[in-house]
Design a protein around this ligand. Sequence first.
Ligand SMILES: Cc1ncc(C[n+]2csc(CCOP(=O)(O)OP(=O)(O)O)c2C)c(N)n1
Ligand SMILES: [Mg+2]
Length: 395
Amino acid sequence: MDENGAEAADSTDSIADPLADEDVYRVIGPDGTPLPDATVPDLSDERFRDIYRDLVTTRRFDERAVSLQRQGRIGTYAPCAGQEGSAVGSTHALADRDLISYQYREHGAVVARDLLGEYLPYWMGHESGTEAITGGNVFPLNIGIAAHLPHAVGAAWAFDYRDEDRVVAVHFGDGATSEGDFHEAMNFAGVFDAPTLFCCHNNGWAISVPESRQTASDTFAGKAAAYGFDGVRVDGMDPLASYAVTRAAADRARGDGDEGSSADGDGSEDGDPDPRPALIEFVEYRFGAHTTADDPTAYRDPDDVDPWRALDPLDRMEAFLRETDRIDDEGVAAIQEEADEVVADAIDLAESVDPDPSDMFDHAYAEFPPEIRRQRDELLAAVDEHGEEAFRREE
Ligand SMILES: Cc1ncc(C[n+]2csc(CCOP(=O)(O)OP(=O)(O)O)c2C)c(N)n1
Ligand SMILES: [Mg+2]
């Protein structure tokens, strides 16, 4: 106990054995073999390979993005290595018309929507990176923890109100569940049947705060009970389990699920279940730092990562594809080459953005407050006097 009566955070009490929890849904084991009681999703060979390709592309992007940050070519970056399975698997389970709203680490969702080049400028400080992805039904990423959840539920409610057959998958971390916005959004979705999939990425940490200090609940999924809908735990490092659970939840949110329920009390007797939201807890781990500005050795033992590395979603998916004769050495090499190209093209595209310095003042205020206007005018006058080149960093 410290002087405030709080027990010291103990990194060893975050999940030390990733396979110990029996309530975590899995389709493939650590070696990629389908588990005896699991149902492998009924997907085409091409779709299985596409999922693998998106995992490989996301990992490649992650490695390049960290390297670009080290070279000063992007500002800060939030690595996702280890967490690709949930973002990619869940996005493949959605229709293209469905909306994705995410925190800042679920890059795999953007890769699966084929929007990497449009998105990367965000991390380079360009406004265009937040704007372009909306065309692919992805909301701009959100850094204010949980602040996007009420917006996501609002969008879902609007889809329902307009009778559009669309759901919203909103991604956030375990840390976000301690924010009021999380509870307000969950409550609203539960009461008004807003077709929302609350995708909680439980990676065991909110920067340096371990899961044990984040909640006294047994699980994050269990929090759904308070709002009258289902919560489910799934291995977020198993892309196929992530797919299966998201698909079932999306069907349920559309009112196409198997089980009827009158939890909202509308007593519908049309044979279809009432559409209900869902909370999906993806149990996973980030292999690297919180962001490129973080040093995880300050709060967790590097050895803690090893049991999770054994569940690497890329290795498991590749092993599954090889074992079921869906891919061979040549196929793996071709996918790696394709991923390299997609990432290189995205970087070229992002680095070709030629921003106007005055962009930084836009999009926050409809009308500039006097102080902001003064700063903007001063910058524009200086650019006029000295030329834009004078403000560019030497490469
Ligand atoms: C409202 C708010 N408070 C604090 C922060 C600072 N902050 C940035 S990331 C983070 C941790 C979030 O953890 P989690 O939701 O588990 O997501 P993860 O980073 O693990 O993916 C915090 C507290 C913030 N961005 N927004
Ligand atoms: Mg977290």
